[in-house]
Write a protein that binds this ligand. Structure first.
Ligand code: SAM
Length: 342
């Protein structure tokens, strides 16, 4: 009797294809194909190829793959964007993910190519991916204007998409002033002043970042202005505030450095002052959330940090007097932890 053939492992096959699908999305974004198709009727592959200067045969295969992946619609008249592509994949949409996609292609892809070494060595791979040993993660990003712009655009795209859920996860109306440490382009800060018109919000970030924020400010502002202050949160004095925000900051650092930062914040906080963390919070058993667990590998290949569970954050915070810790899973890309100094 011949042995039966096992059922096709669709999950494994999908994952084997995953890198091809990601790269198809990245290249279509990099070539701005979704911009060329924005809010237009169907366009033929040959016309897109002529417009962007690519081969017809390559363009047609890429467009077909994107259509099969659900990013485009294909009819006998040609290709058009899906609604989701118009919203998230065109480069100039308010909620565009283009910045993060380009960052994924240009920066994260070469790093993930070295994942095997990262796992063997337990450390970041920037020297292998980019051929140099930088002293610090952010010096890597900010050494060129292009790298800095790309990183800030990537942070901005995710921060803008998550800001509403982060700002409203808890009622923050009891706070009069907030300081967003590592607040980058101010995407969350602008959402906070809209939702809490009486809140004075300061964004604190490295001088290279603060010098580059004007490009990311909302075109119309009907709220109190956000203040931008430059400095190094490990070395310099921090602005005073009732609420300190750390969004996607702690995951960049090992526990030792987090203790330095939390003790500086704690020294400035009276009872009733608080810290708001926005991170992908892992479940305690670290087994349920692949997006967050993959993000932790993303931190391995490029930082000294990692994603942490709610109890791990709680343990870090409690050592600095922040004992009233509440966690909200938002269903968005970032979860929120509010902890009040008691
Ligand atoms: N909070 C933003 C968000 O959620 O989109 C940006 C997160 S990004 C991963 C980390 C931020 O921390 C960057 O804007 C970076 O410039 C800032 N940063 C890193 N080291 C810093 C330091 N020593 N002092 C101040 N800001 C720093």
């Amino acid at each position: 009797v011949s042995k039966s053939v096992p059922k096709l492992p669709s999950k494994i096959l999908e994952l084997m294809d995953g890198f091809r699908a990601s790269k198809a999305l990245f290249v279509a974004s990099k070539l701005k194909m979704f911009d060329h198709l924005k809010c237009k009727g169907p366009v033929k592959a040959v016309d897109i190829a002529n417009e962007i200067g690519t081969s017809v045969c390559g363009t047609e295969r890429l467009l077909d793959a994107c259509a099969a992946l659900g990013l485009l619609e294909k009819t006998p008249q040609g290709y058009s964007n899906t609604d989701s592509a118009n919203t998230f994949l065109t480069s100039d949409g308010e909620y565009s993910l283009h910045g993060y996609i380009i960052h994924s292609n240009d920066h994260l892809w070469p790093l993930f190519t070295n994942l095997e070494s990262a796992v063997k060595e337990g450390s970041r791979q920037n020297h292998r991916a980019f051929g140099k040993k930088a002293e610090d993660l952010f010096k890597d990003y900010y050494h060129s204007q292009e790298g800095k712009q790309r990183f800030m655009a990537a942070m901005h795209s995710i921060a803008h998409l998550t800001a509403r859920d982060v700002a409203t996860a808890f009622d923050l109306s009891q706070f009069k002033s907030a300081c967003d440490l590592g607040g980058c382009t101010g995407a969350l800060a602008h959402e906070l002043v809209q939702i809490y018109p009486n809140l004075k919000v300061t964004v604190f970030d490295l001088p290279e970042v603060i010098a580059n924020t004007s490009h990311f400010q909302p075109s119309e502002q009907h709220t109190a202005p956000v203040t931008f202050v430059s400095g190094d949160f490990f070395k310099d004095n921090l602005p005073e505030a009732d609420l300190y925000i750390l969004s996607r900051v702690l995951h960049d650092w090992p526990d030792e450095k987090i203790h330095v930062l939390l003790s500086k914040i704690s020294a400035l906080c009276r009872p009733g002052c608080a810290i708001l963390l926005a991170e992908m919070v892992l479940d305690d058993e670290k087994k349920n959330r692949s997006t967050a667990l993959l993000q932790s590998l993303n931190m391995l290949v490029q930082t000294e940090g990692k994603e942490r569970s709610g109890s791990e954050y709680q343990a870090l915070l409690e050592q600095h007097g922040f004992t009233d810790v509440k966690i909200r899973m938002t269903g968005n890309l970032l979860d929120v932890i509010l902890c009040v100094k008691t």
